[in-house]
Ligand binder design. Sequence first.
Ligand SMILES: C[S@@+](CC[C@H](N)C(=O)[O-])C[C@H]1O[C@@H](n2cnc3c(N)ncnc32)[C@H](O)[C@@H]1O
Length: 225
Amino acid sequence: MNTMTSAPGGTREVTEDEIAAEWRERARRTGLRRVMRSSQPDSLNVGVTRQTRAVVTDQLALVAERLGRRPRHALEIGCGIGRLTPAIAAHAERVHAIDMTPAMLDQARATCRHLPAVEFACVRADRLRPPRERYDAAVCVWVLMHVLDESRLRDTCRVIAKSARHLTLIEYEHASVPVSKWSRLRTLEEYVRLLPGAEVVDERMVDYGGDRSFAALIAFGGQDA
Ligand SMILES: C[S@@+](CC[C@H](N)C(=O)[O-])C[C@H]1O[C@@H](n2cnc3c(N)ncnc32)[C@H](O)[C@@H]1O
């Protein structure tokens, strides 16, 4: 499918194929620049990565508290190069990590080759099939801001809400430099409206380089353990 997406200003248009090509291109960068702003110094990227892993770890500990046990099966949506995957694997018995960009997944598989409980798949988030048993936790970090088409975003949010009992969602809500044509800034409230049954149970900020992201732990209805 090659849906045309127009930016809020209505002037720029980006196709689904162009988005996929942009991610393939970003996967050719080196190190953390593949999944972070390429203009940022490496030291900032390393610091933010540490901070982000800590937030994901804290929120998975909250999920364990809510369930009264360690999460059994976790889903990582848009795992990129596997920057956060080992932190998720440390707090769940099994991890299913998906991304739509094969070269990102190659790197993630290499990063996680010592982690047999992690399996990867090349899947687009909106094509995910809800599992028979919902994941205890899903983690989605700086991915949905890159889903430009609003109806595609709605489908993606619906499928996530059906697939998981909890979701750690980290997305920019304020950027000091203009966001590129590949991103949309949305508030946590906007995402919550798109996620059926969502209740925010923990919220923090990830601030760096003048940018601000929310990091929310969202629970979905029907919390059968
Ligand atoms: C900014 S990177 C973040 C990667 C990872 N979450 C992290 O924080 O390191 C965004 C990743 O999402 C993937 N992606 C973007 N849109 C996607 C979609 N609709 N379905 C699956 N993966 C997607 C890209 O290929 C890329 O690897």
